[in-house]
Write a protein that binds this ligand. Structure first.
Ligand SMILES: Nc1ncnc2c1ncn2[C@@H]1O[C@H](COP(=O)(O)OP(=O)(O)O)[C@@H](O)[C@H]1O
Ligand SMILES: Cc1cn([C@H]2C[C@H](O)[C@@H](COP(=O)(O)O)O2)c(=O)[nH]c1=O
Length: 214
């Protein structure tokens, strides 16, 4: 049975790498994939991994109907044996419904990859819809780690190394704004807004001893 699978995890846990591996293994056996992405750090129409691999992809636009895109593609006599959607957190909920329809009505497997929550630990609308609709949600095996060594479960946005909790939900990483970065943290340190830089700074500052009053 074809499936809608949501591979989810924090940033930097290997989602795009896995997407490229699935694509490689299937294309090595003569299958052809339809690859969707949106706002990849490598630029428009690219699916890239931090390991340096990159492939061409269809850049999804606002309001684009992904089911219609597949139907048009197939009715032109072109092939699509499976579908990959990277950066799926950036898709609209309706586009996730369209991907579910691709599974159910076109009998194609759809592998979606994305982060579940944003820098404030709130669900992205696209990821929420994936959790609601997916046949399976798979958490990636390679753990990203917090600076303290615990498993990283949350994504922090940083400004000059300091965690911020205000701002737009979507700010693509590694492009345009050099001051803004992302860091994965465990829940404890995300709650305390303690990044690697702030932890280092507080470790360096001299202990403040309680002052005894007479
Ligand atoms: N220099 C490196 N050597 C080995 N593995 C690396 C290196 N740089 C990145 N990685 C691996 O790549 C992962 C990030 O891959 P990527 O697919 O881009 O992540 P995601 O799409 O989840 O953000 C890291 O978690 C790490 O396992
Ligand atoms: C937490 C968070 C992330 N983003 C952006 C930053 C990156 O461009 C992608 C995640 O890509 P990755 O391959 O999983 O590293 O999402 C964002 O726009 N808003 C956020 O809150």
């Amino acid at each position: 049975m074809p499936e809608l699978v949501f591979f989810s995890g924090t940033m930097d846990c290997g989602k795009s790498t896995l997407a490229l591996q699935i694509e490689h293994n299937r294309s090595a056996r003569g299958l052809q994939g339809m690859i969707f992405t949106r706002d990849d750090r490598a630029g428009e129409g690219k699916l890239s991994s931090r390991l340096g691999l990159v492939t061409d992809a269809v850049e999804v636009a606002d309001g684009q109907d992904l089911y219609v895109h597949l139907v048009d593609h197939l009715s032109q006599g072109r092939r699509a044996d499976y579908v990959i959607a990277d950066e799926a957190q950036f898709l609209a909920p309706e586009q996730i419904d369209q991907l579910a329809r691709v599974v159910d009505d076109l009998d194609l497997d759809v592998y979606a990859f994305g982060i579940t929550t944003d820098f404030r630990s709130k669900l992205f609308p696209g990821s929420q819809r994936l959790v609601e609709l997916a046949d399976r949600v798979e958490v990636l095996q390679v753990e990203a780690l917090c600076w303290c060594g615990a498993r990283a479960t949350h994504n922090a946005r940083t400004l000059g190394g300091h965690m911020v909790v205000e701002g737009a939900q979507v700010v693509v990483g590694d492009v345009n704004q050099p001051d803004i970065g992302y860091e994965v943290l465990c829940r404890r340190h995300h709650r305390r807004r303690m990044t690697a830089a702030t932890a280092r700074a507080s470790a360096l500052s001299p202990d403040v001893l309680p002052v005894e009053t007479v």
